[in-house]
Structure formats: structure tokens, C-alpha cells
Design a protein around this ligand. Structure first.
Ligand code: F6P
Length: 326
């Protein structure tokens, strides 16, 4: 295996707060270890369009506190084709980039896995997504910040929900994963969460209504994870209007608000540790792994495992929510 002298770094897929902290960590750790760093703009697209700049330590000054990604991001269709990936490989060679650090979610790491196999390029992935849906790490970069944004919003919605005795369905992101909805509900004191993981098992709305939620409360908030499996918040509001017309129901869709903002301390520390560990992994000749943190320890998770396995939702969390929302 050749010695790595120059690392390319890119952010791909949906942006997540803490990506900048990760870019900073990878850049600084690489320079600290005597490596050259190249910043690749707009995800894999930058490898195809040759949008690449050498990064010095100063390029990542004053960014740890910023949301979004200074490298910008994209979901790149061309990179899903062998032709596109060939162009990307040729660009890497021209720039002397001999390893890649990819910060992104499921789709981005799937791209890295295929690229690494096809062109024998060492690729290290960092879990960057607000969805927290990557197997092999306790949390992903951006998840904690998004959760805190949800809390902030739900606290405000509660003021008006209580004043009007209303039932609110608040739709949160997650792309078919219920982590934001379930933990957001626990942390905001919401009455229930409707998540895709259980949508084929039970009618979660019926379960909620039957729980007798109006015995002790005049208003309620239900967090709904966006997903075709749940049908989203509008779907449940419509159902309530038709099936339980006695309730005054409203919907709030939090949307992309959840992707912005300054990263929390948790996300900054996570991103810094993962970024530094990515360079350690490269120095140790690791390749084609995602770096995760499990039980406060850095772990290397083969791409195949991180992508293929669904990260399980703990049933205990559902029980906690149920018990505390009486
Ligand atoms: O994967 C992160 C995420 O924010 C999902 O929660 C959401 O479904 C999706 O990205 C939205 O993507 P876009 O910004 O392309 O609309």
C-alpha cells in the first residue's frame, strides 16, 4: 500500500451542524501529521468539476462555531455512474490526492464504498447527518444540534398549544429514521412520537388516542418523523379531523430549520474527535472504514457494516416516553 502524502476532504449529502468542526479537525490533524490537505468543494461534484483548493491551517480558522459547511455540499448524480467516478479518480490523480475523507450520511458513504472498491482509493468516512441513522456510532455529527433545535421549537409551540387547548402534530426530519422524533419527544416532554420503525407493527395514532391522553391534559404535542412509512404530520392531522373531530388539531413542519445553526458542544467535540481519528486511521493504513464513537471509544466500522445495517431504535426509549407522558 502506498504511503499517503495528501488527503482530500469533502462534505456530501445534507449538511449538518458540526461539519465545519470536522473539516477543521481533519485539516489540522493532517497538517500536524505532516500531510498535505486539499479541500474539495460541493461533495463528489468537486471531484468531477475539479473544484479543489489546497487547505492550510488558516483555511479552517474561525469555523468551529459555524453551521453548514464551508466546503459546500451536493447530492451528485454523476458520481453514481462508473463514468463519473472515473473522472473523479483522474481529478484526484492530477491533484496528487491519495486518500479521501468523506463527511456525510448513508448515501455519501455508499458512494465512498463503491469508489474505493473500483479505484483502490483509501477512503475514510465520518458520520455527518442530523438523522443519526448510521450504524456503528452512538451519535452522528449534527444530530445533537438538530435535537436542540427541535426542543427550542417545541417549547414555543407548547405555549400556543396550551393556550388554545390544541393537539399539535410536529413533523421532524429523519429520512425514515425515528431518532429525532423519539428523543425529541422525550426531551421536549411531548405526549407521543410516531416513528417509521414501528409503523408496520401498530397504528401509532390509535395507540396514542387510546392511551387516554386527554384525561389529565387539555393540549398535546405529538412528534411525527417524516417518512413515507408514517405518512408525515399532515396525514395524522387529516385522520384526526375525520376520525376524532372533537379535537382542535394543527400541524407544524419544522423542515430545514433543523439543519442549521451553530453546533452544540456535543457536536463540536464529536466532530473534533472523529476528524482527528480519521487522520490516525490514515496513518495506520486503515481504509474503507467509517469512524464512529461507541461508549466513548473511537471505533472503525467497515463501510459495508455501517451502511448495510439499520441502526436499531431502543424500545426502552418508547417505554420512557409512554411512562412520562401520562
Ligand atoms: O439526511 C438529512 C436530511 O435532512 C433528511 O432528514 C431529509 O429527509 C433530507 O435530508 C432532506 O434533503 P434535502 O435537503 O435534499 O431536501
Amino acid at each position: 500500500m502506498g504511503i499517503v502524502k495528501c488527503v482530500g476532504i469533502l462534505t456530501s449529502g445534507g449538511d449538518a451542524p458540526g461539519m465545519n468542526a470536522a473539516i477543521r479537525a481533519v485539516t489540522r490533524a493532517a497538517i500536524y501529521n505532516g500531510l498535505q490537505v486539499k479541500g474539495i468543494y460541493r461533495g463528489y461534484r468537486g471531484l468531477i468539476t475539479d473544484d479543489i483548493v489546497e487547505f492550510k491551517s488558516q483555511n479552517v480558522s474561525n469555523i468551529i462555531q459555524l453551521g453548514g459547511t464551508i466546503l459546500k455540499t451536493a447530492r451528485c448524480k454523476e458520481f453514481t455512474t462508473p463514468e463519473g467516478r472515473k473522472v473523479a479518480y483522474e481529478t484526484m490523480q492530477r491533484h496528487g490526492i491519495d486518500a479521501l475523507v468523506i463527511i456525510g450520511g448513508d448515501g455519501s458513504l455508499t458512494g465512498a464504498r463503491i469508489f474505493a472498491q473500483e479505484h483502490n482509493v483509501p477512503c475514510i468516512g465520518l458520520p455527518g447527518t442530523i438523522d443519526n441513522d448510521l450504524y456503528g456510532t452512538d451519535t452522528t455529527i449534527g444530530y445533537d444540534t438538530a435535537l436542540n433545535t427541535i426542543l427550542d421549537a417545541v417549547d414555543k409551540i407548547r405555549d400556543t398549544a396550551t393556550s388554545h387547548d390544541r393537539l399539535f402534530f410536529v413533523e421532524v426530519m429523519g429520512r425514515d429514521a425515528g431518532f429525532l422524533a423519539l428523543n425529541g419527544a422525550i426531551a421536549s416532554g411531548a405526549e407521543a412520537a410516531i416513528i417509521p420503525e414501528f409503523s408496520t407493527e401498530v397504528d401509532q395514532l390509535e395507540e396514542f388516542i387510546k392511551s387516554g391522553f386527554r384525561k389529565s391534559k387539555n393540549s398535546s404535542i405529538v412528534l411525527v418523523a417524516e417518512s413515507e412509512l408514517t405518512g408525515g404530520a399532515m396525514h395524522y392531522a387529516e385522520r384526526v379531523k375525520n376520525e376524532y373531530p372533537q379535537y382542535d388539531v394543527r400541524v407544524t413542519i419544522l423542515g430545514h430549520l433543523q439543519r442549521g445553526g451553530s453546533p452544540t458542544a456535543h457536536d463540536r467535540i464529536l466532530a473534533s474527535r472523529l476528524g482527528a481519528a480519521a487522520i490516525d486511521a490514515i496513518m495506520e493504513d486503515q481504509r474503507n472504514v467509517m469512524i464512529g464513537i461507541e461508549n466513548d471509544e473511537v471505533v472503525y466500522v467497515p463501510f459495508s457494516k455501517a451502511i448495510k445495517n439499520d441502526k436499531p431504535i431502543k424500545r426502552e426509549l418508547v417505554n420512557v416516553l409512554r411512562a412520562l407522558s401520562i
